[in-house]
Design a protein around this ligand. Structure first.
Ligand code: CU
Length: 172
């Protein structure tokens, strides 16, 4: 950083139209600091405890109450950050042996460390007409890299209502 007291001959375009060069330099400095912080993380304070958990991805799992087993895949796979992707889920009996009929399913994604979801994206989930337990969700979007959760909420189905949460780590 240059000396703050030296008058700056060329005023930075982002600085306010001021005749006080020390103030202008201070503003530029603040902008640079802000930009640098934004490059490393959107919320460094919130991320402080993130090291506790290792990145995790699972493409299948059991629902919270044990009523269903679910397999998912994405296109493209693995899903990159800031890219629209499609999720296909297959919903089974808990042991994955038999497809389970479902009649109402909602799919969402959540970033637990930051407590936000897909921020303005509203994916559309449709039930397969041909495949029992088949669900397709279009318009999924991980807004940033990091540890996410896929949340498949079975609101109505052969084994009642239940929810599957699968961790997905999105590479930077
Ligand atoms: Cu986040």
């Amino acid at each position: 950083m240059t000396r703050l007291t030296r008058p700056s001959p060329q005023a930075p375009r982002s600085a306010a139209p001021t005749r006080r060069p020390d103030l202008a330099a201070a503003i530029v400095c603040a902008l640079l600091v802000t930009a640098a912080a934004g490059c490393s993380s959107d919320a460094p304070g919130v991320d402080a405890g993130h090291d506790a958990g290792a990145p995790e991805t699972r493409w299948q799992g059991l629902s919270d109450k044990g009523s269903y087993g679910v397999k998912v895949r994405t296109t493209p796979t693995p899903p990159p950050a800031a890219t629209l992707f499609t999720l296909e889920a297959e919903i089974f009996a808990p042991d994955l042996s038999t497809p389970a009929t479902v009649t109402q399913v909602a799919v969402d994604a959540w970033m637990p460390q930051h407590k936000h979801g897909m921020e303005g994206f509203t994916p559309q989930t449709t039930l397969s007409k041909d495949t029992v337990g088949g669900v397709t969700t279009q318009g999924m979007f991980f807004t940033m890299p990091g540890q996410w959760e896929l949340r498949i909420d079975i609101k109505q189905g052969a084994h009642g209502a239940d929810r599957v949460v699968l961790p997905v780590y999105v590479d930077p």
